[in-house]
Design a protein around this ligand. Structure first.
Ligand SMILES: [Zn+2]
Length: 596
């Protein structure tokens, strides 16, 4: 006996065998049981969800010798022939084919007058009915308006909105649902067990998910895998035959992103390439997983329902808890554009790897609103200086003019010298003292502020003194600083209401610290269109970003200076990265990255 494909062999024969459409089948059974039988039905829903199958069962229910019956006997001539699609009184017409369109006139309209040959009803099952031409619809409408009592129309469509209202208003309309992956997997399990196939849950879940709500597709996929793998089916077999990407691989990729472990992310990418996966498909499946993560984060209650595969819930929840909603939305966008890039790429793998890196980076982005809050609430907490700081004698070299490239673009347009949001606190903390002091300096000696103060590597404020630190390479600045020091001290005294010493120091950065600055700056420039650097300590970062030359880079002395820029130039919905390098504290480094 020849092999019968699963979709046919397992085609439901009774209403209660139709998977995932209980509301529809229950209503139909009730209607038949109570003798209220409409003359036209519209079955709408995605492909493979059981519309035509339900129509056939309904035809059997109407025409069974023991009927009309909600439970057709399944053994009478009518039941058997309808199930096999060869009952002379039940006509199946595919409106998508040319013959189907012609048939409407010739078969349907002409056939209406003829009474059924054997059965109780003449049934017309019209598949893809939305494909009919307007003329055909008109012809059909006339038949539906005044059908002979022995005629029933069952129209199936994937596109309900294309059916004229005149047809809909004369029909009972049933909307079929997409079958959940969980329901499909359960049915595949029933089939596999009955067929004595040793299939793993993960393998069946993978098939079910790829079927996108179509039981028919799922069954034919299982057919294919069985033909290749025989009676033992695991994820690898499914993956090899159908080219599907195993969920484990996807989870591992996202876990690498969460851990910011680029090396292991690349290793998993290697495996995907070796397994012969189309990287676009991997990206698409990643989107699907991100969407699942979104579901568990947004609506944990739904995570228990059919959307998610059996046994994945905990893993999803654990992983989901490590992403913010914003993270996931951005990841979704990132994956969508990566799919486009990979499609056109000469080396898809490079783009895939870059996508992973970008994703790791994106996770650090915080919403602009959050950044603004941080900036507003920030009070710098100066670290006490350890003995590592070495005082160096001021070199007597005459002051050289500042190289123009070094001139920081400190917002010179600001009319008010006083930083906003710093209105005289009752008990000024050190942080506010620093801000008010710097604002005074900027107001009183703007050029000095822009050329010297802004170049200081760091400015520390303690109870009795303010210390400016310059890099040894900035000796010339130090000279200018010394000349202005008396004015600085009087300004500080005026601001603080007490005597404050102002000191200038020279100090080398630790090699590691400098390297850290440089890396962050380069990376920032590589990732962003606009890099905003705040604070003297981040100067090397700023310089590295400028040297990279790939992003617009701006420097600000205080977070408050950057706020107007953020407010004016970033659009709502832009994102900004706040990232303190390991070497530098958050309050002095804000590199703001504008995400696309
Ligand atoms: Zn029967």
């Amino acid at each position: 006996m020849s092999y019968q494909v699963l979709a046919r062999k397992w085609r439901p024969q009774r209403f209660d065998e139709v998977v995932g459409q209980q509301p529809v089948t229950r209503t139909l059974r009730n209607a038949i049981a109570s003798g209220r039988i409409a003359h036209a039905f519209v079955f709408a829903g995605p492909r493979g969800c059981g519309k035509t199958t339900t129509a056939r069962i309904l035809a059997k229910a109407l025409n069974c010798v023991a009927g009309p019956a909600a439970e057709p006997c399944g053994v009478c001539d009518a039941c058997v022939e309808i199930a096999q699609g060869r009952d002379i009184d039940v006509l199946e017409i595919d409106a998508a084919s040319h013959t189907g369109i012609d048939n409407i006139r010739e078969v349907v309209i002409a056939g209406l007058a003829i009474t059924p040959v054997r059965d109780r009803y003449k049934v017309f099952i019209i598949d893809e009915v939305h494909q009919l031409s307007p003329q055909s619809f008109n012809a059909l409408l006339k038949s539906i308006e005044e059908p002979p009592p022995h005629v029933v129309f069952m129209m199936a469509t994937t596109e309900l909105h294309k059916i004229p209202d005149t047809i809909l208003s004369r029909s009972q309309v049933f909307e079929f649902r997409t079958i959940t992956p969980k329901a499909i997997a359960a049915q595949l399990r029933t089939i596999a067990d009955a067929e004595r196939i040793d299939a793993s849950d993960a393998a069946l879940a993978l098939i079910a998910r790829a079927a996108d709500g179509s039981m028919r597709d799922a069954q034919s996929a299982l057919d294919q895998v069985m033909a290749f793998a025989g009676e033992r089916i695991g994820v690898d077999e499914v993956s090899a035959v159908l080219g599907l990407v195993g969920r484990d691989l996807l989870f591992e990729l996202i876990e690498a992103v969460v851990a910011e472990d680029a090396a292991s992310g690349f290793a998993v990418a290697d495996r995907a390439v070796e397994a012969g996966h189309d990287l676009r498909l991997v990206v698409r499946e990643l989107s699907r997983l991100v969407r699942d993560l979104m579901v568990v984060t947004v609506d944990p209650a739904r995570a228990g329902e059919g959307d998610l595969a059996e046994g994945e819930r905990e893993r999803l929840q654990e992983l989901g808890s490590r992403f913010s909603r914003e993270d996931l939305m951005r990841a979704f966008d990132l994956l969508a554009s990566a799919e486009q890039e990979i499609r056109a790429a000469w080396q898809p793998r490079y783009h895939f790897e870059m996508m992973l890196l970008r994703w790791m980076h994106l996770r650090k982005l915080v919403p602009l609103t959050e950044l603004m809050e941080q900036l507003k609430s920030q009070t710098p907490t100066p670290k006490s200086q350890s003995g590592s700081m070495t005082r160096s004698a001021a070199a007597p070299t005459p002051a050289a003019p500042i190289a123009p490239t070094r001139t920081p673009p400190v917002a010179p347009t600001s009319a008010s010298p006083v930083a906003p949001a710093r209105t005289a606190p009752i008990a000024p903390s050190e942080g506010t003292l620093k801000d008010r002091f710097l604002a005074e300096v900027r107001a009183g000696k703007g050029f000095f502020y822009n050329t010297v103060v802004a170049q200081a590597q760091r400015i520390d404020v303690a109870d009795d003194g303010i210390t400016f630190t310059f890099l040894p390479t900035h000796r010339a600045l130090r000279e200018q600083f010394e000349q202005t020091r008396p004015w600085l001290e009087s300004t500080a005294e005026r601001v603080a209401g007490r005597r404050i010493a102002v000191l200038g120091e020279m100090r080398e950065l630790g090699a590691a610290e400098e390297e850290g600055h440089r890396r962050v700056g380069e990376r920032a420039a590589a990732c962003a269109d606009l890099v905003l650097v705040v604070g003297e300590r981040a100067r090397p970062l700023y310089e590295a970003a400028v040297a990279a030359g790939t992003a617009e880079t701006r420097f600000f002395n205080a977070p408050a200076d950057a706020v107007p820029i953020l407010r004016d130039e970033l659009k709502a919905g832009d994102y900004v990265l706040v990232k303190a390098s390991r070497a530098v504290a958050l309050e002095t480094v804000v590199d703001a990255l504008v995400a696309p």
